[in-house]
Design a protein around this ligand. Structure first.
Ligand code: PNS
Length: 165
């Protein structure tokens, strides 16, 4: 891939929200390619399996063609980033409250791999209150998440929660 700039956008994406979609769009204005990396953590309880999350993301970012790739990863993010040739980690910031955790993670990743840079992108203010956790909570209680997540995610949420009842 020569001198193309490749960044990795990691997350749990349980589920993908409009906030994530916004960060992907913004990242592609800066980097040539973006690897969206879905964390596979068997210790953590997720609503969607890693395969379901990867499928939903693939569907959503398909129109970008080769500029985006959706993969799952386990283990250290810096090891995964090295494998896909990315020297930059992208994370979205919504509010000051995100900062402390993100700063700690960025410094830890730099500690683990010196040349790893983390770039923070500010979400559109319309998305600044959206989190996957809240989306799940609202959907579980029967609230509408229509304007918070992509259509396919809304459908998947409704299907999943109906099945769970
Ligand atoms: O969407 P999230 O849950 O805020 O994403 C967190 C994520 C996946 C970026 C983070 O948990 C992660 O990178 N996990 C992989 C393990 C790792 O590399 N840990 C050391 C750095 S904190």
């Amino acid at each position: 891939m020569g001198n193309q700039s490749i960044a990795v956008f990691p997350g749990s994406f349980d589920p993908l929200t409009n906030g994530h979609v916004d960060i992907v769009e913004r990242s592609l204005k800066i980097f040539d390619r973006l690897v969206v990396a879905v964390l596979h953590n068997p210790q953590k309880q997720h609503l969607f399996s890693v395969d379901e999350r990867v499928e939903l993301l693939k569907k959503e970012f398909k129109h970008y063609g080769k500029r985006t790739k959706v993969l799952s990863f386990s283990g250290l993010l810096v090891d995964f980033a090295k494998k896909v040739d990315a020297r930059v980690i992208v994370r979205g910031l919504r509010a000051v409250s995100d900062y402390e955790y993100e700063m700690q993670m960025a410094l830890m990743n730099r500690h683990l791999r010196q040349e790893m840079e983390t770039v923070f992108l500010i979400t559109n203010e319309r998305n600044s209150y959206i989190s996957s956790t809240m989306v799940k909570g609202v959907a579980m209680l029967g609230g509408s998440v229509h304007t918070l997540v992509p259509r396919a995610v809304e459908d998947a949420l409704l299907k999943k929660l109906k099945r769970k009842k």
